[in-house]
Each structure stands twice: as structure tokens, then as C-alpha cells.
Write a protein that binds this ligand. Sequence first.
Ligand code: NAD
Length: 481
Amino acid sequence: MTDVSMTIGGEAVATEGTFGVLNPATAEVFAEAPECSRAQLDAAMDAAAKAFPAWRADEDARRACLREAAGVLLASLEELAPLLTAEQGKPLNDANLEIFGSAMWCTYFADLEVPRQIIQDDDEALVEVVNRPLGVVAAITPWNFPVNLAFWKIAPALLAGNTMVLKPSPFTPLSTLKAGELLRSILPPGVLNVVSGGDDLGAWMTGHPVPRKISFTGSIETGKLVAAAAAPDLKRVTLELGGNDPAIILDDADPAAVVDGIFGGAFANNGQICSAIKRVYVPERMYDEVVEALAARAKAITVGDGTEIGTRLGPINNAPQFARVSELVADALAHGARAAAGGRAMDRPGYFFEPTVLSGVSDGVRIVDEEQFGPALPVISYRDVDDAVDRANATHFGLSGSVWGTDTDRATEVAGRLEAGTAWVNVHLALGPQFPFGGFKWSGIGVENGPWGLAEFTEIQTVHRSRTTSGLSPVTSMVVP
Ligand code: NAD
């Protein structure tokens, strides 16, 4: 049993109800998480609203808090990382990296300048464009990188002067709640409130009158519900949604040189990354070689409990996702695909699925057309690169994609034709706090990270200071006799 509490107004808050959190390596409940009531959500929103005026007023204090937050996260690695592994399933080493990355996001934003541009400075006027905070931000996160994706929101939103109510996924609430506890000693009460509960709580947040902005990361299906809930109140939204990232190997690529990058891009975090490679397009002449090289890596990788030394891939995080991956792989096999590696669930407790490489599969089969979000990679052959690009783009998804080849200028030209928020060349999943990240089409609205992500937590205000003595502008002077 893990004892973590919600944070509202800087205090630990007890709840009447709790819900069980499973360890995906055993499929057994190992902890209870607090279940936020509607009244407690109101209290969290109220606390965030009350904290806003003082928080927005002191930029230096905000930067200092983010720097301190980075230090606290790093100092708490031994507490946070095992909790993350227990609820998410990822190997302990990956959990450590996730906490480390969260600290990195805090440090990056602590030092990032909030833009302030002077667009006119003459006898007539001094006109500045200033980014103002929005107020209270409702932040909702998924279960694949619960802590890091929370800090993709916390760091820029707080730096910009907003306050926040944050809700992690019900599958992985504990590490985020724990991070909220750790930051209580740093942040003024109400600046960051962390609540937990089921999907209903997310819907209450998006329909709540207090937040001016919803920052959401999750599935396309839920993203559309969030957009609809935001509309009546014209809340601002940033939506980071699902992807079905293509990787295209060009005919001049050296298969031996690219296959590690492709394998890592597809199977990192057990394939549970929005921008993981989810389909690979390979020229016919090197198809068999690439399939076998990927399959060899899939067969060799150590899958196991994330707490065991040597584990490189953990279980799938939860039962519905495990069922989905199982279903999509079974559907592909039923439609003539061959499992060059894996192809089924592992015979052990927990949500373990064999790392799977599928050949003989093409567009029109569900695992190619839909987002599998798990350890199963379809490999598709092509003859003509223009056709491969068309097939890569023939989807509602548009998160990211990569192109692999020896002539990097040509690969870059092809990558530029991908309809995706990020186009990588000879790499995949190169992410960082400085790189704007977002989706085209149904993969999202807006971006996170970098100054562009920071701007999404602000409204632009034009501050026009007249230097004329008459107080008249070209428009107002027209009616003055
Ligand atoms: P999900 O949409 O089921 O849930 C995400 C969050 O939304 C959870 O906290 C959930 O409780 C909450 N939620 C559910 N219903 C809601 C509602 N009606 N209103 C408000 N909130 C609600 O997604 P998931 O299964 O947790 O995550 C996997 C998905 O997230 C995948 O599609 C993946 O591609 C996507 N994802 C995208 C990014 C990105 O940056 N683009 C990053 C990670 C994951």
C-alpha cells in the first residue's frame, strides 16, 4: 500500500473514496489512490484562482521555484522512480530517465525568456507585444510518461505565470501525486494542485468554469471530447494526441546502419509513445533483410518486470491496452501477416506481450491504419517512394515521421513532404524541451515545448502607449470637430 495524497492549496487532502492502482507486471492492485470529489475539485480550482494574482506578479520567484523543483526531483529519484515503475511497468532505468527528464524541463523553462517585443518606438507611440498568463490551467495527462508529460505542462505554464490543477491518468496517478507532494515545500499554496480520479474527473475539469486553458495529452477520441467541452466557454486548448508515425527507409539506405534506430524508435517504452514508429515502409529489394534484422532484435531483447536488473522492456501498462494490442496483432495474422518475431501474449502473469515484428502486411489492415501503441511493428514493402509518402500521409494522424537514407539531402526533402508536426531524418524520437512538438491533423492542436509551447500558456496583449499630447489616434481624430 502506497500512501500518497492529493495536493490542494498546498495541503495534503484526505478523500472519502479511493481506487486501486495495478502493477502491470503482476496485474495485481498494489496501492490505493485518492478519489477526488466534485467539492474537492472546486476547492482545487478555487485555490488555483486565489494563488494566481501573487504568482503572476513575480517572475523572478517563478524562475527560482522551477530551479528548486528540478533539484527536488533529482534528489527524490529513489522515491519517485520505483513508484513510477510499479504503476507504469517501465524498467527502473527508464523511470529514472523520466524523472531526470522532468527536472531538465524545469531547468530549461526556468531560464527561458518570456517574449516581450517592441513593435513601434517613435514620437507617436511605444507599442509592445506582451505575453500575459491566462489564469488557471487544467492539465490532464496519459499513462505512458505520466511524470515527464506532466512537467511538459507544469514548467512552461507556471513560468508564464499561470496556476494549475493537474490530473494524471487513473492507471498511473501515484508518481504524479508524489511529485505534487514534493513540490509543496517549494511552490506557494494553490500554484500547483494535483488531484486524482477516473475519467469523470477529467470531464469535470474541462467543464469547470474556472480554468481558462486546458492542456491535454491523450487519445484522439478523448481529445475531441475535450475540445467540445472547451467550446461553450471558449477555453484555450492545447491537444497532444495520438500518432501513427511512419518511418520510410529509402533505397539508398544501408539496412545495417538504420535498423537499430528504427527498432529503438518503435519499441522504446514498449511502443507506448505517441510518436513511436508505428509502421515502417521498406523498399522491396531490402525488405527481407530489414524484417529479419528487426525480428532478430525483437527476439533478443529482455522483457520482464521493470524492477529486475537487465529488463529492457516491461509489460503493457493496462488491461484495455493489452487487449487492444492483442486484438490488432491477431487481426493482422488473420489477414495474412507473418509474425517474424513474437505475435502473442507471454505466458506469465501481468500484461506482457512478445515484442512483435509483422511482415506481409500492408495498408488497409488495422494495425497499419490504426494506432497500436504497443510492442508490435508492421513492416510494409514499397516500390516507389512517392507512393510510400502518399501512403504515409493517407491518414488522419500527423504527429511525426522519419525518413532514413544515405543521401541526407534527399532524405530531408522526402521528410519535408510528410504531413506531420515533426519530420526526423535518420533518427526518430529525438525530443527535447527546446523542440516544439505537436501534431498535424487529428494528432493535435498547438504545440508544447520551446518558446512556442510557452506562448500557448499565454494571451498576447498589445500595450500601446501614446506619446502624442492630443490623445487622438488616426481613428478617433475622424470624429473630432
Ligand atoms: P486517454 O485519452 O484515454 O486518457 C488521457 C487522460 O484523459 C487521462 O487522464 C484520462 O483520465 C483523461 N480523460 C478521459 N476521458 C476524459 C474526458 N471525457 N474529459 C477529460 N479527460 C478525460 O489516453 P491514454 O490511454 O491515457 O493515453 C494514450 C493515448 O495518448 C495514445 O493515443 C497516445 O498516442 C496519446 N499520447 C499523446 C502524446 C502527445 O504528446 N501527442 C503523448 C503521450 C500519449
